[in-house]
Design a protein around this ligand. Structure first.
Ligand SMILES: O=[N+]([O-])c1ccc(O[C@@H]2O[C@@H](CO)[C@H](O)[C@H]2O)cc1
Length: 786
């Protein structure tokens, strides 16, 4: 992310600085706030926030110049995989608070398929965030996670997500939010998490289509089945504190101006209440409603459209500049502005912003940041996600002090590169070379530009000198943020010719050779898979501060790999078969689309979703849930408010480690069969759990919880139904076990999807005008939001 230096406005008319606590939160013990009910801990957050807002003058509501002893508050904090550089986060130059634990990128943490791990990571992140807040170095709301499904392998920001599958994302984000916020409904939220980017945002800049102006056309079936479930999990099932609407339009309406999304679906259908939770725009997305979306003819009409739709906070400056005139023009009611402010400030009440030192997290200090336990967890998160894609039996391989190792490539000595984007300042960044040096082996490293660059030609002679002497050759490269990034989608998913040339030449030495494929998006690794001289292929994502150790430990067997690909690895020509702008999931003979994701792709992947090898062999047997079920019986036992949440059954899977090496095993449960509307997906993930440290020769039981929603399929209107028909539950990508059953009786609707207004966008909504500037670089601070 580009760095942003917003002007910090600290305007406290009528108050002296002494009336602030000096620690970045308001002082309720004296000054004008003292007698405001916002300081009354016996009252509920809504009443408290309402009291505060009713003390604002109209001018203060519009221009947000605090008079009441409110310190400036910066709303924009990031914490994608650790407290991260962002306008509201201020790392110290040295000493305490100069670092924060830097976990792997979500795409690698997704590969762990371990929700408990995700909750533990998020708990560390929220602990460190509170400690930063106590030193006035961060606010209490964090604009994370990015939970848009990674639908297209070219997407530059897929690395920020846990992968391509909506069930996996929904489960992952539930665990993450519980860790960030401190449970489902805690007295004090640890921090406010933000699910973004709502919705159908998954393209940066492809073929002249930019994220700021792109209008995603998504039918109701794909919307409800694929793009929405992670957000439903955030809002309805995890009680997330905040949502961010996206840059793109959806079916003609910029999402930040779309009442169907922000009111009908988010607040009404998912029951996301009107208090303690707010919607922010993406940064400058409200400006983009005007230009380049041209959705309204004036900036006043654009800001009013956003506010009226339910965008409470502007990460930008157009609310501040244009709401006053919009109000004069009668384009919105003051009560709508009040509601936005109440939502924002009741959110802050909920994190204890007004409760001073009574909040338990106020005890956290720099000693709670970068602890030994959080360092161990960062290592564990990397180790659990690392995925073994090929192994001819060479691995695991001891690396001892009498050996010579040649490591080549852009990631050979990578440090910050291993963090990916939205990163903080890590306490250390251990590269693969660093880890190799700690084995005592003689190591020769040839680096070079990372990403799809080549090792510097300077070192090539030395590489050829060392290769014959090496006991093992490691090639560590792939892609990085010079190739996949915010604002930058890829136009190739192949290794470059130069990379393959280098790999091929190194392989010719016939040494044990390991390729580390790095980066968030996948590359077509078929040339590596098919080269008999390459012993092993490991996907390492962006593994964070302990990435080098975790990678080398995976080679040596100190870490037994058990990660699974959280995305499909497509052949390189996949991207010639479907434009990024095609949002449809199902294959389409007319357009020539081969389908998207493992659920619908009709081609042969290089490595399938969920693929991952071990250093041992696992077998599995499944306890049949029963042969047949009457839908009426299943429904009569279903008492949940949201029917899709009702339990179907818990399947016990007996997993046996039939080899010798102790290893984790990710138990993936996929469902297939002919039920519901054609076409039918290849299969779909409906449950997963990670078993830990299954020793050779022993067995462990995985419990797979299945819901009625998991059995359900989505019709063309977006409604989810339980259909009669044949079902097959399969364990693992190449099934190790299978159970077949049938459902009988009439189909029952589990979730009646709200239909969009038709048409969503009137021709008169468009206007023709010139293009203005986009992001203007000033945002964020109370005093200029909303
Ligand atoms: O102007 N900038 O420096 C700038 C930087 C990043 C940026 O991206 C947006 O800001 C993030 C806010 O959380 C969203 O995830 C992302 O879409 C938008 C603008």
């Amino acid at each position: 992310m580009a760095s942003i230096t917003g002007t910090v406005v600290l305007a406290i008319a009528g108050l002296s600085a002494a009336q602030l606590t000096g620690r970045g939160f308001p002082d309720c013990s004296q000054g004008p706030l003292k007698n405001n009910k916002v300081c009354d801990l016996s009252l509920d957050p809504l009443t408290r926030a309402t009291a505060l807002i009713s003390a604002f003058t109209l001018d203060e509501k519009l221009n947000r110049v605090p008079r009441l002893g409110l310190p400036a508050y910066t709303w924009w904090q990031e914490a994608l995989h650790g407290v991260a550089g962002s306008p509201g986060v201020n790392f110290s130059d040295h000493g305490p608070f100069s670092v924060a634990t830097s976990f792997p990128q979500p795409i690698l943490m997704g590969a762990a398929f371990d929700d408990q791990l995700i909750m533990d990571v998020a708990t560390v992140v929220s602990t460190e965030a509170r400690a930063f807040n106590n030193d006035d170095r961060a606010g209490l709301d964090f604009w994370t996670p990015n939970i848009n499904p990674f639908k297209d392998p070219r997407w530059g920001r897929g690395q920020e997500t846990p992968g391509e599958d909506p069930f996996h994302l929904s489960s992952y984000v539930h665990a993450l939010i519980l860790g960030l916020q401190g449970g489902l409904n805690p007295k004090y939220k640890r921090v406010i998490a933000t699910c973004k980017h709502f919705a159908a945002y998954d393209m940066e800049d492809w073929n002249g289509n930019f994220r700021y102006q792109w209008d995603a056309h998504v039918n109701s079936q794909d919307l409800a089945e694929y793009y929405m479930p992670p957000f439903q999990s955030c809002a309805r099932d995890s009680n997330v504190g905040s949502f961010m609407c996206s840059y793109n339009a959806l079916n003609g309406v910029p999402t930040c101006a779309d009442p169907y999304l922000l009111q009908t679906i988010l607040r009404e259908h998912w029951g996301w209440t009107n208090e303690e939770q707010y919607v922010t725009s993406d940064c400058d997305a409200i400006q983009n409603i005007y230009l380049p979306h041209k959705y309204r003819e004036t900036r006043e009409a654009s800001v009013a459209a956003a506010l009226n739709a339910g965008t409470d906070l502007d990460c930008g400056t157009v609310y501040q500049h244009h709401l006053p005139a919009a109000l004069e023009q009668g384009l919105f009611n003051v009560s709508t502005l009040d509601q936005a402010l109440v939502r924002m400030y009741s959110s802050l009440v909920r994190v204890g912003y007004f409760d001073g030192l009574r909040v338990p997290f106020r005890n956290l200090t720099a000693a709670d940041v970068n602890t030994k336990a959080s360092q161990d967890l960062a290592y564990k998160a990397a180790a659990e996600g690392i995925t073994l894609l090929k192994n001819d039996g060479t691995l695991p391989m001891k690396i001892t002090s009498d050996m010579t190792v040649l490591i080549v490539g852009g990631y050979a000595d990578a440090t910050t590169q291993m963090q990916g984007n939205y990163a903080g300042i890590a306490p250390y960044l251990h590269s693969p070379t660093w880890a190799l040096n700690h084995t005592g082996a003689k190591v020769y490293t040839a680096t070079g530009p990372g990403g799809q660059g080549n090792p510097t030609t300077d070192s090539w002679l030395a590489v050829w000198n060392w290769a014959p002497k090496a006991d093992v050759i490691i090639y560590a490269d792939g892609i990085d943020n010079s190739v996949e990034a915010e604002g930058n989608d890829r136009n190739s998913i192949a290794w470059t010719g130069a990379q393959l040339d280098m790999i091929g030449q190194l392989a010719e030495y016939g040494k044990p050779m390991v390729v580390l494929q790095m980066g968030g998006g996948q590359l077509d690794s078929s040339p590596i898979a098919s080269n008999p001289n390459i012993s092993a292929l490991i996907w390492g994502g962006y593994p964070g501060q302990s990435g080098g150790e975790a990678l080398i430990d995976t080679i040596t067997g100190k870490n037994a790999p058990a990660g699974r690909l959280p995305v499909t690895q497509y052949p390189a020509d996949y991207i010639t078969q479907i434009p990024m702008t095609d949002m449809s999931l199902r294959p389409n003979a007319t357009s020539g689309s081969p389908g998207r994701t493992y659920q619908w792709y009709t081609g042969t992947p290089i490595y399938d979703y969920g693929y991952g090898l071990h250093y041992t062999n696992f077998t599995a047997s499944i306890q049949s849930p029963g042969d047949g079920f009457a839908i009426s019986d299943l429904m009569s036992n279903c008492t949940e408010k949201y029917k899709d949440k009702c339990a179907f059954t818990t399947i016990s899977v007996d997993v046996k480690n039939a080899g010798a090496v102790t290893s984790d095993y990710v138990t993936l449960g996929f469902l297939a069969g002919t039920h519901g509307p054609a076409p039918h997906p290849n299969k779909r993930l409906v449950a997963y759990t990670r078993l830990h440290s299954v020793t050779g020769g022993s067995s462990s039981t995985a419990s797979l919880k299945m819901t009625l929603g998991g059995l359900g399929r989505v019709d063309e209107t977006g409604s989810r139904w339980l259909y009669p028909g044949d079902y097959a539950l399969m364990i693992d990508t190449q099934p190790l076990a299978m159970a077949n059953f049938t459902l009988t009786g009439d189909a029952v609707c589990l979730d009646d999807w709200p239909q969009p207004p038709t048409p969503q966008r009137q021709d008169s909504d468009y206007f023709v005008g010139g293009y203005g500037s986009s992001y203007d670089g000033q945002v964020l601070v109370d005093g200029n939001v909303p």
